[in-house]
Design a protein around this ligand. Structure first.
Ligand code: IPE
Ligand code: IPE
Ligand code: MG
Length: 239
């Protein structure tokens, strides 16, 4: 159980990584790793929102992941469709709103239809927001925002951070904490804009094995950081 005194971040990002390695260490197929990762993701995301996290951005498929074999990409797309269909009821019961960030091109109709339907079914929920980053690349998000701005009627001299943010796939608050499982310490094109002042945490655990206790530890580590935002304020560290 997480300590009551801990500050809960408003927006957390998870770069879901290590499904393949988790599987290969167990002599299983990469697909088995993805399946285990997906069921864990549902569990962890509901847990996180119930802790009081208002926005949870989950990196589940990058624009670059299309470089993988057709077999793996097809498996992942089918898994997304099945998961979104089966978890829709749960997210509704938990009062969680689901949204998506990413390009829609390259995605098949089945995937797009399922995304649209879970968004519609959960749109009035208020406890927290899960933002699935699917066919997402942060550099493309910035390019797409610039294109929308160029086509808009806004006065370019008045463009500021707040206005720019409105042209992203979703208008989101800044990330407070980014967790990447599996020991890799890179962003791989995840939310470059939104993570300007985020804290980073890189546990070694592969995502399918990343449980509630590991998530609690991430929140504890976050609470030990001094967030200064360019200022000189030193906060007392909690142990
Ligand atoms: C993360 O696990 C899932 C996706 C990127 C879709 P990986 O598939 O990247 O797992 P590893 O990095 O090969 O272990
Ligand atoms: C990043 O993981 C993308 C997602 C988690 C969806 P990758 O496994 O694709 O990243 P790299 O290739 O190791 O940087
Ligand atoms: Mg990986």
């Amino acid at each position: 159980m997480i300590k009551k005194s801990l500050k809960i971040p408003n927006h957390v990002g998870i770069i879901v990584d290590g499904n393949g390695r988790w599987a290969s260490e167990r002599g299983l197929s990469r697909s088995a790793g993805h399946a285990k990762g997906a069921s864990n993701l549902e569990k962890i995301s509901i847990y996180a929102i119930n802790l009081g996290i208002k926005y949870l951005s989950l990196y589940v498929f990058s624009t670059e992941n299309f470089k993988r074999s057709k077999e793996e990409v097809d498996y992942l797309m089918d898994l997304f469709v099945n998961k979104f269909k089966s978890s829709s009821k749960k997210y509704n019961k938990e009062n969680i709103k689901v949204i998506f960030s990413g390009r829609k091109d390259n995605l098949n109709k089945d995937v797009i239809d399922t995304m649209k339907s879970i968004e519609k079914e959960t749109k009035n929920n208020t406890k927290g927001v899960i933002n699935f980053c699917l066919n997402y690349g942060s550099q493309y998000e910035i390019i797409d925002a610039v294109k929308k701005i160029a086509k808009s009627k806004i006065d370019i001299d008045k463009l500021d951070i707040e206005t720019f943010n409105k042209y992203m796939y979703n208008e989101l608050p800044p990330l407070d904490l980014v967790i990447r499982t599996s020991g890799e310490e890179r962003l791989s094109n995840f939310m470059l804009w939104q993570s300007a002042y985020a804290e980073f945490y890189f546990p070694k655990t592969y995502f399918p094995a990343f449980g509630k206790k590991d998530f609690d530890l991430a929140i504890e580590k976050y609470n030990m950081r001094d967030r200064r935002f360019g200022g000189i304020k030193y906060e007392k560290k909690s142990s």
